[in-house]
Write a protein that binds this ligand. Structure first.
Ligand code: GLC
Length: 427
C-alpha cells in the first residue's frame, strides 16, 4: 500500500491501473486505517473530490492528466460533456459498487472516539448519501428499489460471463467505433484479460454514454445493456445499513435511507432469487429475465444481510461443496459452466475483496466454518503466490504456480489480507 500511495490516494497497482479507482479506494482505506488513519481519510476525501453535481461517484479519478499509459484515459471519456462533471480532477463517466458507507462504518469501529475521524465522517456523510440518492433516482426510474448498471465496468466484474448475452446483442460496426488502442494487453498476459470482441462492446457502451452526455434518462432509453446486478445492489444495501447506523449516532435524518432499505431488501430477496439455481441472479432489464448463472455477486448478498435463513443455507452449502471438490472459495464464476475459465479475470479466478465481503457475510449468518475457509484460502494464496490482483481457483492448478494473475503488488489485496489477519487477532 505504501508503494502505491501517490500523495493523497492509492493506485490499485503501478502500470496497469495508474489512477484512483472507486471501490478499490474503499477497501484500501480500510487497509490504511490499520497503520495510518490519515491516509485512510485522505483516500476517501480525494475520491469524493471527483463526485459529480448529480451525486455520481465516478469509477476512475484521473488525478494526473500527464499519465498517458492507460486506456480509456480522461480525454476518451470526455466527462465534461456533462455540465455537472468536475473539471479538476478529470473523471470517467460511470460508477462502481457503493462501498463507502460500510467503509466509514469499518473505520469508526476501529476508532470510535477519534475526533479527526468523527469530523471527517460528519463532513462526508451527506456526500455518500448523495451518491446513493443518485443511484436510486437515475438508475431506478421505475422505483423498484433495485438500481441498474449500463456498463459491465460499473459492476466491478468487467468481463464476467454474466454479461456475454447482453453484449452479444450489440452489433458493433467497426467503422462506427472511434479508433482506440488497448494498453492492458501489453502490460498483463493476453489470456488473463478480456477479449477484443468484449472490448469493442465496452467502448460501444462508453460512446453511448458519452453521446447522451452521460444523461441517465437517455441511457435508460437507449442502452442495449441494462442490468440489475446482484453485487451492485447488495453493496448499496449494505452501505445503506451502515449509513443508517452512522447517521443515527451523529444526529442526521435517516428517513430516506430507511425508506430505500424497506423497499430494496424485500425486492432483492424476491426478484433476484433464482429458485432453480438456488442463488441470487442478476436481472437483465432488456431481456426481462434473470441472467441464469451461479456467480459470486449472488453470494455477496450474504454480506448485506439480505438472504432469508433458507437462502443463506443454500449459499453456504454451495460454498462447502466447492471446497470439498478442491476449489479455493469462492471462484468468481460457476465452475461447472462451459464459460468458466479459472485464469481469465472475472470468469473464474479468486478475487481478494470478494473473499473479504463473503467472509463477513458468512459470519453474519454464523457459518463460521465456511467463513474461516474463505479467509484462510485467501491468506494461503497470498502467502504462496504474492499480493496479486486475482488468483487461480483450482487448487490442483495453483499448486504448480509461482505467482497469482493480473497485476502484482495490488493494493486491495494487501488491504483485505491485512484486515482479515487483524480481525482475528493474528497480528
Ligand atoms: C478491474 C476490475 C475492477 C477494479 C479495477 C481496478 O477493472 O475489474 O473491479 O476496480 O480493475 O483494480
Amino acid at each position: 500500500m505504501d508503494l502505491n500511495w501517490k500523495e493523497g490516494f492509492t493506485i490499485p497497482t503501478g502500470k496497469l491501473y495508474p489512477f484512483q479507482w472507486n471501490w478499490d479506494s474503499g477497501f484500501t482505506s480500510i487497509g490504511h486505517s490499520h497503520f495510518n488513519l490519515d491516509f485512510a481519510i485522505q483516500e476517501l476525501a480525494s475520491l469524493f473530490s471527483g463526485q459529480w453535481d448529480n451525486g455520481m461517484l465516478p469509477h476512475i479519478i484521473f488525478h494526473s492528466e500527464k499519465e498517458k499509459t492507460y486506456f480509456p484515459n480522461y480525454d476518451f471519456w470526455d466527462a465534461n460533456v456533462n455540465a455537472g462533471a468536475p473539471h479538476k480532477p478529470k473523471t470517467s463517466g460511470i460508477t462502481q459498487p457503493a462501498v463507502h458507507g460500510f467503509v466509514l462504518e469499518s473505520l469508526l469501529e476501529r476508532f470510535p472516539d477519534n475526533e479527526k475521524l468523527i469530523a471527517f465522517v460528519k463532513g462526508i456523510f451527506p456526500k455518500v448519501v448523495k451518491s446513493h440518492r443518485f443511484l436510486y433516482t437515475y438508475r431506478d426510474p421505475e422505483r423498484e428499489g433495485l438500481m441498474f448498471i449500463f456498463h459491465p465496468w460499473e459492476s466491478g466484474r468487467d468481463n464476467s460471463p454474466l454479461w456475454d448475452e447482453s453484449l452479444d446483442r450489440i452489433e458493433v460496426k467497426k467503422e462506427e467505433l472511434p479508433p482506440y488502442e488497448r494498453r492492458d494487453t501489453s502490460l498483463a498476459p493476453k489470456d488473463e484479460r478480456p477479449t477484443t470482441y468484449q472490448y469493442d462492446r465496452y467502448v460501444y457502451l462508453l460512446q453511448l454514454g458519452k453521446n447522451n452526455r452521460y444523461d441517465e434518462l437517455g441511457i435508460f432509453e437507449e442502452s442495449p445493456y441494462l442490468v440489475q446486478d446482484t453485487l451492485m445492489n447488495a453493496v448499496l444495501i449494505k452501505s445503506n445499513e451502515s449509513l443508517i447506523k452512522i447517521g443515527k449516532r451523529f444526529g442526521f435524518d435517516v428517513g430516506e435511507l430507511e425508506e430505500w432499505q424497506q423497499q430494496s431488501i424485500p425486492k432483492f430477496q424476491e426478484k433476484l432469487w433464482h429458485a432453480g439455481l438456488q442463488t441470487f441472479a442478476a436481472y437483465d432489464l432488456r431481456g426481462q429475465q434473470h441472467i441464469e448463472h451461479k456467480e459470486i455477486g449472488g453470494i455477496a448478498a450474504l454480506y448485506a444481510n439480505i438472504p432469508t435463513e433458507d437462502q443463506a443455507k443454500a449459499l453456504n452449502d454451495y460454498l462447502q461443496s466447492l471446497h470439498q471438490r478442491g476449489y479455493y472459495i469462492c471462484p468468481s464464476f460457476d465452475v461447472d459452466s462451459p464459460l468458466f475459465d479459472s485464469k481469465r479475470y472475472w470468469r473464474g479466478p479468486i478475487w481478494p475483496q470478494m473473499n473479504w465481503m463473503i467472509y463477513h457475510g458468512l459470519k453474519n449468518y454464523n457459518f463460521t466454518d465456511t467463513a474461516d475457509i474463505v479467509k484462510s484460502d485467501l491468506i494461503e494464496l497470498v502467502s504462496k503466490l504474492g499480493f496479486y490482483e486475482y488468483f487461480e481457483s483450482q487448487k490442483s492448478v495453483a499448486e504448480k504456480l509461482e505467482t497469482g494473475y493480473g497485476g502484482g503488488d495490488f493494493s486491495w489485496t494487501a488491504a483485505c489480507t491485512l484486515d482479515l489477519l487483524k480481525s482475528n487477532g493474528h497480528i
